[in-house]
Design a protein around this ligand. Sequence first.
Ligand code: ADP
Ligand code: ADP
Ligand code: MG
Length: 449
Amino acid sequence: MFNKILIANRGEIAIRIMRACRELGIKTVAVYSEADRSALHAQIADEAVCIGPAASKDSYLNTKAIIAACEITHAQAIHPGFGFLSENADFARLCRTCGITFIGPAPEVMDAMGDKASAKKTMISAGVPVVPGSDGIVPTVEDAKKIAAEIGYPVMIKATAGGGGRGIRLAESEEQIEAQYIAAQQEALACFGNGDVYIEKFIVDPRHVEIQLLADNHGNVVHLGERECSLQRHNQKVLEESPSPIMTPELRERMGAAAVAAAKVSGYQNAGTIEFLVDRDRNFYFMEMNTRIQVEHPVTELVTGIDLVKAQIRIAAGEELGFSQKDIQLTGHAIECRINAEDPRHNFRPCPGTIKSLHTPGGFGVRIDSAAYAGYTIPPYYDSMIAKLLVKAPTREEAIKKMRVALSEFIIDGVETNIDFQLRLLKDEDFEAGNFDIGFLNRKNIMGE
Ligand code: ADP
Ligand code: ADP
Ligand code: MG
């Protein structure tokens, strides 16, 4: 096992990783930007190293400074958390060259999964269902027209190098395809330096349901059930839960088996997630693989009892999983609400500022992952998420009630937050009935104003 791990991240996920390290008897090194001197992660780590100015590109994305921090503190491994360098294959390669363990999959696998058109081909070879579409890159508008006519409109034109919702365009008919093809290509070229696009059928009002995986370096792969992530605003997840309201034991078994097959065919190691789109008839299609720990991982921890971050560290150290699929029991229902410093009444604009006072909920079945404290000033440079509030109860109905109570106890003074928005969502009839898809929060006026 490692003696010391450097955490190349900030905020609640840095704290989350530190807790796992401490339970495993591992020393921690925090890195922080000049804007994060008073951030909790920099305060409570065993050692902390300033890696540069506030802007992420000069600090949390500054690979040279992070590697140097690792070398001066003699940390043996780097945990990248999510965002920042977590899906950067070049950084994982740099760690390898420097003899530092990157806690995540091999850079070759990250590369392979980062190219969406080729990832799709890999999935087809493993028998994983994918959205019907082109066989790889579509080189010209004429090809695009031919393929779209074959699969039928509406179609999505997608950048193979895409991410963060960029380089994706919808074409509803043949009249639109030329303009949308060119728009997707140009955006992809501008954002990713690669204009290659592919085409797939547009799935109408799908759900986003993802499967959590753990894979060790000894060929053991298990899935830990699903997370329902359809409640999103402009592709940003707002609330996640497990089980999904649409799940059946039979569907979970098929989706889980597909995810495990996907991990095996790609030689995947460590924690990862396969995102699926699920249509109204419960057909599911591979969308993408996230080669990192995710924001919403505690939802799965609550229903499985497995500490995913400790598992990541153990896997990276070469240990075996120590359990198999039949040992994984899903119990109860878990919900996560992302608490952001943002103003739902003004188009969710971020609201950095100083937290004057803070009262957090508690009690049986309530968990908070956060790096906020009273007196903390949220800097304007990074993500606006300040806490994740989770509950677990025997049933979905009870979990909803528990979450309403917890949200109503949560008091953050000094900055605007989305707590009231979350509370209204928890009281929405369609939410309560489990009746929503990925477009739900973009269509519905939750604040009712
Ligand atoms: P996830 O898929 O991990 O649940 P989202 O899909 O909401 O997270 O986040 C969208 C992207 O933004 C993710 O790919 C992640 O890399 C990045 N991201 C999310 N939260 C943070 C954060 N706190 N800091 C940096 N990057 C983040
Ligand atoms: P990114 O890497 O940018 O997140 P994704 O492939 O995950 O790209 O797609 C982003 C979002 O676009 C998805 O979360 C989903 O809402 C929507 N989307 C992507 N492909 C399709 C499709 N074939 N049909 C309907 N919606 C889609
Ligand atoms: Mg995505």
